[in-house]
Design a protein around this ligand. Structure first.
Ligand code: CA
Length: 223
């Protein structure tokens, strides 16, 4: 249950998806055109389809129609850059299981993928993970609350995600680029100092010693 078909024609997003999914143990195949996507999605080679709506050949909505028209129940998560609810509603009515609007955070897409795969394979799923704890820090992923030594601390949405990424990789040095990718998605300016700014916020809230700077490499959570 880890083979994912990616139908996306933007090379930047393709690289972002492939790298992230590979890091989480998924096998991916990328197609850049709607005809190929519809062909491949009909077989039984994949566990999930990530489907861009704006595809050459056949657009995403036509792919959905073709795939569902064949009675194929492969989970499909639609990616859409299009504003407004019309396309989303059409996609969901057309049989998409879920959707994400670009730009999106990888961690959020990953969570949605896991939900789809879990719903399909309920007997194999591990108990859902709602609490992360490393050392003095603890995060509740459902209520989005954070604690230091049992004391509740207020984190903004982005601070929470940054903390979550660090807690998910304890003892591991996370490069600035990895953090940007996971917290801000592909839609970031690599030259910005936003990571430094947010690390500073997190240190103020979680304790100065909570996050270590590894010179020239990145940041690491101290446990
Ligand atoms: Ca596109």
């Amino acid at each position: 249950m880890n083979r994912i078909l990616i139908a996306e024609d933007n090379p930047h997003i393709v690289d972002f998806l492939k790298a992230g999914l590979k890091a989480h143990g998924f096998t991916t195949l990328v197609v850049e055109d709607g005809h190929q996507a519809a062909e491949l999605a009909r077989g039984s080679d994949f566990d999930l389809l990530i489907l861009d709506l704006g595809l050459p050949g056949k657009d995403g909505l036509e792919v959905l129609q073709a795939v569902r028209g064949q009675g194929e129940c492969l989970p499909i998560i639609v990616l859409t850059a299009r504003d407004g609810v019309d396309n989303t509603v059409t996609a969901l009515e057309g049989g998409a299981n879920d959707y994400m609007t670009k730009p999106f955070r990888f961690e959020e897409l990953l969570a949605r993928i896991k939900v789809q795969l879990r719903d399909r394979h309920p007997t194999h799923s591990p108990p859902s993970e709602t609490r992360l704890q490393v050392g003095h820090l603890s995060l509740d992923l459902l209520t989005r609350q954070a604690w230091v030594d049992g004391r509740l601390v207020e984190l903004s949405a982005k601070e929470f995600v940054l903390a979550e990424v660090l807690l998910r990789h304890p003892m591991q040095v996370m490069s600035k680029e990895q953090l940007l990718n996971r917290v801000w998605g592909y839609d970031y300016d690599p030259g910005s100092n936003i990571i430094e700014v947010y690390i500073r916020h997190l240190r103020r809230k979680l304790g100065n010693d909570a996050i270590e700077t590894v010179r020239g490499m990145g940041y690491r959570l101290r446990s």
